[in-house]
Design a protein around this ligand. Structure first.
Ligand code: FEO
Length: 165
């Protein structure tokens, strides 16, 4: 059984993960509207991954005999200036999520809630991966920044279309 505070904090994280999914769906739509099929595909899969994170937390709350409470999902942005702006925003967002996960973990440590500490370890590792994958795409986008014909961006877009999960 979770403490009331821990249950509330985990439920708030569900909301953050679903907001992340909503944000990445919006980014996917922007990319498609802007002619970047691969980027759109990448963000669509990322949105699904965020939904799976929310489900993972909800499953844990259930297994701990606590209640999952869904709150409203806030509005998300709908416009970006360029693919690099899109990924910069995604990187900023993931850094925020990492901070949330770290604070949740510290809360579990303070409460001496060992089960939740172990449960959150997966998310701690996942955030390292998520931040790293977005940073790698940003590096590619920055490298092609000097290319004026747009062929570099086209190649990155084609590469992102290959994402399978
Ligand atoms: Fe669920 Fe991208 O963090």
């Amino acid at each position: 059984m979770l403490s009331k505070k821990m249950s509330e904090a985990l439920n708030a994280q569900i909301n953050m993960e679903l907001w992340s999914a909503y944000l990445y769906c919006s980014m996917s739509n922007w990319a498609l509207d802007s002619g970047y099929e691969g980027i759109s595909h990448w963000f669509r899969l990322q949105a699904r991954e965020e939904q799976s994170h929310a489900e993972r937390i909800a499953d844990y709350i259930h297994r701990q005999d606590s209640k999952v409470v869904f709150r409203p999902i806030d509005e998300v942005p709908n416009d970006w200036g360029s693919p690099i702006d899109l990924f910069l925003d995604a990187a900023k967002h993931e850094a925020k999520i990492t901070d949330c996960i770290n604070r949740l973990t510290k809360k579990a440590i303070a409460e001496e809630d060992l089960a939740t500490q172990v449960f959150l370890q997966w998310f701690v590792s996942e955030q390292v991966e998520e931040e790293d994958s977005i940073r790698a795409i940003l590096t590619d986008l920055r490298k092609i920044g000097a290319c004026e014909c747009g062929c570099g961006l086209h190649l990155v877009d084609r590469e992102l279309l290959q994402r399978t999960k």
